[in-house]
Design a protein. Sequence first.
Length: 701
Amino acid sequence: MTELLDQDIKYLKGVGPHRAKMLESELGVKTLRDFVTTYPYKYIDRTEIHTINDLREDMPYVQICVHITDFSTEGTGSRQRLKALATDGTGYVELVWFQGAKYYERQIKMTERYLVFGKPSWFNGRISVVHPELEVLRPDQAAEGTFGGKLQPHYHTTERMKRASLTSKVLTRLMTEAFTLIKGHDLETLPDYIRSEYHLIDRGEALRRIHFPTSAGELPEASRRLKFDELFYLQLDLLRYVRSRKERGVGTVFAKVGPAFLDFFQNHLPFSLTGAQKRVMHEIRDDLRTGRQMNRLVQGDVGSGKTVVALMTCLLAIDNGFQACLMAPTEILAGQHFATITGLLRDTGIDVRLLTGSVTGKKRKDILEATADGRCQLLVGTHALIEPTVVFQRLGLAIIDEQHRFGVKQRAMLWAKNNIPPHVLVMTATPIPRTLAMTVYGDLDVSVIDELPPGRQPVTTLHYNNSQEATLHDGLLRQLQAGRQVYVVYPLIEESEKSDLQDLMTGFESVSAAFPQYKVGIMHGRMSSTEKDDAMARFSSGETQILVATTVIEVGVNVPNATVMVIENADRFGLSQLHQLRGRVGRGADKSYCILITHNRLSDHTLRRMEIMTETCDGFRIAEEDLRLRGSGDLQGTAQSGMPLDLNIADIVRDAELMAVCREAAMHVVETDPDDCLPQNDIIRRQLKIMTHREDFSGIS
Ligand code: ADP
Ligand code: MG
């Protein structure tokens, strides 16, 4: 069976080398197996025949069975159209073709009966169907009334495929060929015990139903079965990968809680930890005692206090005779971390240094030396830290803040900085719903700080349209008069987007004109990092009271005196991005505001997004809503960990519940068959091999 499914698709009757190339380049289909797992994305119901007097404009695609009583071509050249009048005895419809008028004119015969398929619309006082499909009814079909009668599958095709006449219809025909070929073969991929436990139908039957359903009722069981396959093997692959990494991944043991940690905890920590911070600290400490390398992701909403958790983990490394490093995605953030940490560690005698691209000359040389000989105990910096010139004497811990800006490869480069790879802690404010985190981050264990420090007032979020300028102006003025500061943010400036820069500049000018008594700063992605740092420093020190900026301020910056975040063209931002921006205010004791500004004609979808923002400050809820509204598409890009297997039918967001079930099933297999030898799992091993041979699962490392 395996050999048959592995057969090159070009040998399938009706395909050949040319179409095979097209299938591979456009759909990634190389083998028969790839082809039969290319699933329809929708079905059109051709089981029902409507009567013309039933048709209404709001109906989706319908079928009618008609005679054509009259037809004529109107217009000339490209504006030519063919109109035909058709009846089934209950009324008349007009059929219209703008394209291919000549072709249809030659085809139509008033003696035939036709099956007409299309979307009804109301035009010129009568129901018409534009560009219908037309099928001649054979006399035997007409006699028996057995026409139509199917759910018609529709397959995705690309423009190139359509130009080469490789349409959904043709794919359906080729699929019929494929099924003739594999008929009678065993297509099963799951052991009986799993199938019966989870009530899954036979895979061959599921495939048949998904491509050629005889009724809509056949579909749910079939799609559940095929989704199960994908999600089960996805989870199994991940679990086995994690297991093997844990077996291989020797790590250093941080057995001690020593003076650095204790002194800080007892004498320097300016607040008591939240319950969530304590729990995460425990999880980290447990990892550090195992003798295996830690690979942990700490997720926590903006302001949840990840920095102090990071710092305390560094102190554990130091107590055990190791160095630690903390890597941030931008110079601004690295600088802020450095300032916060040196502030917290004042008088502890711990050696902390800052290394970024702009540290040069003698200063750089000193830092590199101190890092190499071990005097520097904690090195904070940007990706400058992963350059080969940075050599540690004994690196025991690497912390990466705001992980989504770093690729998997960069993480791996940090590992190589010590003989025994350092423990890795990744911190992110991008809240991925818990059900998905495991799958998206793959090899990382996940901790969640799901509690904000006490006394935080939620940021009041308001949605204004741009006719409410006066109200906005008054509100801002009150805040400024009270000595507070304001951010005004515009959508990102891309290299190519001149109009965005224009918007920002116009915004800067109008804000400056509206508040002449205050100083306004500006900051955007095209400024050099020194210029950006300067702009940020002036705002931070209060020299400027208003900062007009693009999303360069999105991540991490901390100016507690800023209490208002105005977001212009808020509809152009994603929800998670809006949430990040909002997190820049509400960082001090004062009541803070986030004002979302849009024009006033919004789609329902956009309006809903704005409502979510005004309703909640819970990052996880926002992330979940965002996923529901946008689908899982962006998720993988954000997380930067490639999915090990392609999913053709399952969706990690929509099918999150089934994924949890599959994870449990996969976990059971891993636990009950730790040595990979139980005969009832032969079929699983075979299948895993097939799948992992095809897909190179080296992405997550
Ligand atoms: P983030 O998770 O966004 O990186 P930070 O670590 O920057 O958050 O913390 C946000 C602010 O909250 C900082 O000013 C920090 O000092 C403060 N903070 C952190 N933990 C606590 C706590 N347990 N109690 C009170 N304030 C805290
Ligand atoms: Mg932070």
